[in-house]
Design a protein around this ligand. Structure first.
Ligand code: CUA
Length: 154
């Protein structure tokens, strides 16, 4: 009889824990400046409207000036080059259809891991004019070191 009580107690505690976990996950999703993660089917990256023609798009929100979409794959980033107006606040979204890649913008604090099945996000302010190289910092195969793209802030 006591076992049943403990079992009920344990189950309710688990349910409460999961609910709290769910609530905090939702809150994090709405937090604007934080880096975030969203799931995506890696086999259908190209079917997703956002990653069909990756690049820079004006943001629908007031929080960012632009949304910047990148597809990282063995062994390149798309787009190969992107121009960003100086002073822009940009929400960056990166995903991959194949293996784990890195996404580091040299000379900035943007540095993310890109995993199949996930969209990695980061908010960055581009206040400095110049050319910034995007590099892959996770070993992803023979073409790893050739994997680059360029951001031009003008
Ligand atoms: Cu992609 Cu290393």
């Amino acid at each position: 009889k006591y076992e049943k009580i403990w079992l009920t107690f344990g189950t309710s505690a688990l349910v409460i824990f999961l609910v709290i976990l769910g609530i905090s996950a939702v809150h994090q999703g709405h937090s604007p400046a934080a880096s975030g993660i969203e799931t995506i089917n890696p086999e259908h990256v190209r079917d997703d409207a956002r990653f069909k023609e990756p690049g820079l798009y004006e943001s629908d929100t007031d929080e960012y000036d632009y949304e910047l979409y990148f597809v990282a794959s063995a062994f390149q980033y798309e787009p190969r080059e992107v121009e960003i107006p100086k002073g822009s606040r940009v929400r960056i979204h990166v995903t991959t259809p194949d293996v784990i890649h890195g996404f580091e913008i040299a000379q900035t604090n943007v540095n993310m891991m890109v995993e199949p099945g996930l969209i990695s996000k980061y908010t960055a302010n581009f206040n400095k004019e110049g050319e910034f190289l995007i590099i892959c910092n996770e070993y992803c195969g023979v073409g790893h070191t050739d994997m680059t793209s360029l951001i031009k802030v003008t």
